[in-house]
Design a protein around this ligand. Structure first.
Ligand SMILES: *[C@@H]1O[C@H](CO)[C@@H](O)[C@H](O)[C@H]1NC(C)=O
Ligand SMILES: *[C@@H]1O[C@H](CO)[C@@H](O)[C@H](O)[C@H]1NC(C)=O
Ligand SMILES: *[C@@H]1O[C@H](CO)[C@@H](O)[C@H](O)[C@H]1NC(C)=O
Length: 360
């Protein structure tokens, strides 16, 4: 078209050519306008989620910020600063990359299970989905479940993020926030969990954080919850007078410069703890002021102490187990949580417990 016009401009009708040129330029601008403003708005959501970096508002936890500001809690609008050693970067505003904002509204759970898991650990998520994660109705009580992830930090993070997007579309059970998922960032994960529960699941009666390598007896859990307090309640395997580990090679090392006392305040071990839904808001407030040590269960214990709310021991000392319990149908029918040695054990124990016949 341009060439034709150039040729013609050597001829006589140059004004007709000028208007053709104007029309051409107008068309180019129109196309550019469409490309830049309209088309990306349709596509960018998926794209941004896939890339996991550029987050449209729809996916951000800005809603958290807003609603938290309404009941002023979070002071996390501060600029990001590198964390102290053995602490995580908090207070800070983290965004949600994947969310299930209507989960609780739709399912109206009695208890919601939050399972922190590494982005790459699809096998653990599938194991949970095919076992205790599939138990959604106990009597008339609904149980909901969500997996909680950070961003994959590995080299294959782009492929991994693509897969996560598909997994999320298939199961609708993933929440992902924009911090790098790593062992030393688990405290961030726990805080995101509290923020999410406060905003998106305030009406559930109970929440349980449960690790993916844990065998969970959902029936026993619901049975216990029917007769425990409905407010200011947290239970699990409560550690009391736990010694602070000062050996730098320990997995849970914490130097005196970060935490001075020789003992921790009471805290519920991270394998599985339960709390009422009035606590997230209070714990988030406390988290603004308590030193964000990287050991997530200890951190929650510090927040509970800050709030002056005591942890409660479970009604029975055999319900929560930090060391794998040898399989025994009777024993497993009564316990609530135990760590397991492998995903295979987790599946086999669960399957056996589903079989009809007496437990004991
Ligand atoms: C969070 O709220 C504060 C106070 O209203 C505001 O200054 C800040 O920009 C908000 N942050 C985000 C990410 O919206
Ligand atoms: C919680 O319950 C209130 C009052 O019944 C209701 O208005 C609100 O939509 C519920 N919120 C969620 C997230 O389920
Ligand atoms: C924790 O997440 C933050 C935010 O994404 C990141 O800057 C930091 O490097 C992460 N820390 C570790 C130990 O992965």
């Amino acid at each position: 078209m341009v060439e034709d016009c150039e040729k013609q401009s050597h001829g006589s009708s140059s004004s007709g050519c000028r208007s053709l040129r104007s029309f051409f330029i107008f068309t180019v601008f129109l196309v550019l306008f469409l490309c830049y403003y309209i088309i990306p708005n349709e596509l960018s959501d998926t794209w941004a989620v896939t890339v996991g970096l550029f987050l449209p508002e729809k996916y951000t936890i800005k809603m958290v910020n807003d609603s938290l500001n309404a009941a002023p809690i979070v002071t996390s609008a501060e600029p990001w600063k590198p964390p102290e050693p053995y602490c995580v970067a908090y207070p800070h505003t983290y965004n949600l990359v994947l969310n299930e904002p209507e989960k609780c509204q739709k399912e109206n759970p009695f208890v919601i299970l939050i399972v922190p898991v590494a982005p790459s650990n699809a096998a653990a998520r599938d194991t949970v989905r095919s076992t205790w994660g599939s138990e959604r109705l106990i009597g008339d009580k609904t149980v909901s479940i969500l997996f909680l992830l950070g961003l994959p930090a590995s080299e294959e993070s782009e492929t991994l993020q693509q897969n996560l997007l598909q997994e999320s579309e298939k199961y609708h059970d993933i929440i992902q926030s924009d911090f790098w998922d790593s062992y030393y960032n688990l405290t961030i994960k726990t805080i995101i969990m509290l923020e999410w529960l406060h905003v998106y699941c305030p009406n559930a009666s109970y929440a349980m954080k449960v690790d993916s390598d844990v065998f969970l007896n959902v029936k026993a859990l619901v049975k216990m919850l029917l007769s425990v307090p409905k407010q200011s309640y947290m239970t699990g395997l409560v550690a009391r007078n736990a010694v602070v580990l000062r050996d730098p090679h320990s997995k849970w090392y914490l130097p005196k410069t970060v935490y001075e006392p020789a003992f921790y305040p009471p805290y519920a071990l991270g394998l599985g703890y339960i709390f009422t839904l009035d606590l997230p808001e209070k714990l988030i407030k406390a988290a603004q002021l308590v030193k964000p040590v990287y050991i997530e269960d200890v951190f929650l214990g510090l927040c509970m102490t800050h709030l002056g709310i005591a942890l409660t021991n479970p009604p029975d000392g055999t319900l929560f187990n930090v060391f794998p319990v040898e399989y025994n149908r009777c024993r497993y029918s009564k316990l609530i949580a135990t760590t397991t040695r492998s995903m295979r054990d987790q599946v086999e124990f669960w399957k056996d417990l589903q079989k009809p016949g007496p437990y004991c």
